[in-house]
Design a protein around this ligand. Structure first.
Ligand SMILES: Cc1cc2nc3c(=O)[nH]c(=O)nc-3n(C[C@H](O)[C@H](O)[C@H](O)COP(=O)(O)OP(=O)(O)OC[C@H]3O[C@@H](n4cnc5c(N)ncnc54)[C@H](O)[C@@H]3O)c2cc1C
Length: 420
């Protein structure tokens, strides 16, 4: 049994189980929400129901581990409001819990004149979002900060950091348990049904084949890659769909890791919520290049050839996907080409770090992003929740949701009617 796995709920007892709040999904967002609920109302009975045998097995443990400072996001958006404050709150939390993090700083590098207007816009956004310590720097300072990186100008964000989000998720889980909450792993929520006095939660335990019902006064769903499915089980008017985008990384070999001190990012295309292939030092000393963004053929498919026909069918059957594809198919094909051809990916790295060669990098880990797409074909840029006061669905919680988790939890609980 894994560290956080809990014994099966006996079916007779399970039918009697009633909670004040059930949170569906034990990723970093669901755990943060359950923790916040217990902080606000310590006497209530709270459970997190997670389908895997351990918490945080999907996005929350398959990411870049960057504690974002809040530069990129449209001023006034939830991302902008929650990221800078979330980073600060998370740093204080890590200090309290003794979780290791490093404020290694980040450079967003312009390679030529054509990128300068976008870099200037980004800098203005960062200032509007009150990101601490932001500076525009020239080639000499770039060379001091990252000697192996070239660029004509860069935004330097000294307060951007790195952390292992799984360590934070585990600490949230520890807080939940110490406040009397339960984390029920290995149980998949199949559906929700609203009743006059609460919500019936239909739970399946795949390992035993048993099906149970739990009930709760309120439910919050934070199901990441499956968030649209679970949300539509109670609200068929929800029109966004999750389209999974895999992000593959290459890992620098040990001999070249010294060539990256912190975080080196390109100037992003702000039409997309992805930040472009970046070089990231991760906790423990490895250096990764990535993630790219390619359409995943399975929501939980971490290998390039993983296919799930139901997942793929839902993407192909969604008009929003084709509207997006008709606009960006060229970019998508190029991204796929770079994904399957290592030399093409390395060429992307070499634009910033010319001394890196094909032999210096090897295949690294992958993650799959849960990105909500509107029927219009537009990717939902901001965090998105919907609530009728009884059931609250988190419909879009992509990056920087891990960095912002303590603050997103507050918004979710406000939406769910828990007051401040
Ligand atoms: C490649 C990549 C890089 C990223 N880099 C960063 C970064 O550097 N910084 C940052 O801040 N953010 C980053 N992110 C984003 C961040 O990881 C996510 O925003 C965050 O982890 C979302 O947390 P979550 O709890 O919503 O989702 P998840 O961690 O995916 O958790 C959802 C949980 O719900 C469970 N679940 C789903 N359906 C059911 C069901 N029916 N019943 C029970 N349980 C269910 C799943 O098993 C899962 O555990 C990155 C993401 C990716 C993919």
């Amino acid at each position: 049994m894994s560290q956080t796995e809990q014994p099966a709920i006996p079916s007779t007892e399970a039918d009697k189980r009633h909670y004040d709040l059930i949170v569906v999904g034990g990723g970093i967002v669901g755990l943060a929400a359950a923790r916040e609920a217990l902080l606000r109302s310590p006497d209530q009975k709270v459970a997190v129901v997670e389908k895997e045998n351990d918490i945080a097995q999907h996005q929350s443990s398959h990411n870049s581990g960057v504690l974002h400072a809040g530069i990129y996001y449209k001023p006034g958006s939830l991302k902008a409001r929650l990221c800078a404050a979330g980073r600060q709150a998370l740093i204080e939390y890590c200090d309290q819990k003794g979780i290791h993090y490093e404020l290694c700083g980040k450079l967003i590098v312009a390679l030529d004149e054509s990128e300068l207007p976008a870099l200037d816009d980004l800098y203005e956004r960062g200032i509007a979002n009150k990101v601490p310590g932001l500076e525009m720097v020239g080639p000499e300072r770039i060379a001091e900060i990252e000697p192996y990186t070239r660029g004509i100008r860069a935004i330097w964000s000294p307060e951007t950091g790195i952390v292992e989000f799984i360590a934070i998720a585990r600490a949230y889980a520890g807080d939940i348990r110490s406040m009397g909450g339960e984390i029920i792993t290995g149980h998949q929520v199949k559906g929700l049904a609203t009743q006059a006095d609460g919500v019936i939660v239909d739970v399946h335990r795949p390992v035993s084949g048993h099906r149970y019902t739990l009930s709760a006064k309120k439910v919050i769903t934070c199901a990441g890659l499956h968030s649209d499915r679970i949300a539509r089980s109670t609200d068929t008017t929800i029109r966004t769909r999750i389209v999974p985008f895999r992000g593959d990384y290459y890992a620098f070999r040990p001999e070249v890791r010294h060539m990256v001190n912190g975080l080196i990012y390109p100037v992003p295309d702000l039409r997309f919520p992805f930040l472009g292939v970046h070089m990231t030092r991760v906790i423990g000393g490895e250096v990764w290049a990535g993630p790219n963004a390619v359409l995943a053929f399975a929501r939980e498919g971490y290998r390039r050839w993983d296919v799930n026909l139901r997942d793929l069918g839902q993407v192909i059957g969604f008009g929003g996907f084709w509207r997006m594809a008709s606009q960006y198919w060229r970019m998508g094909m190029l991204e796929m080409y770079r994904d399957y051809v290592k030399a093409a990916y390395v060429k992307e790295i070499q634009r910033y770090m010319p001394e890196i060669s094909n032999a210096d990098v090897e295949i690294g880990p992958s993650g799959v992003r849960a990105q909500a797409l509107a029927p219009t074909g537009k990717m939902v840029d901001d965090f998105l929740m919907s609530s009728d006061g009884r059931i609250t669905h988190v419909l879009n919680a992509p990056s920087p949701a891990a960095s912002s988790s303590l603050m997103i939890a507050k918004v979710i609980l406000d939406d769910a009617g828990y007051g401040g």
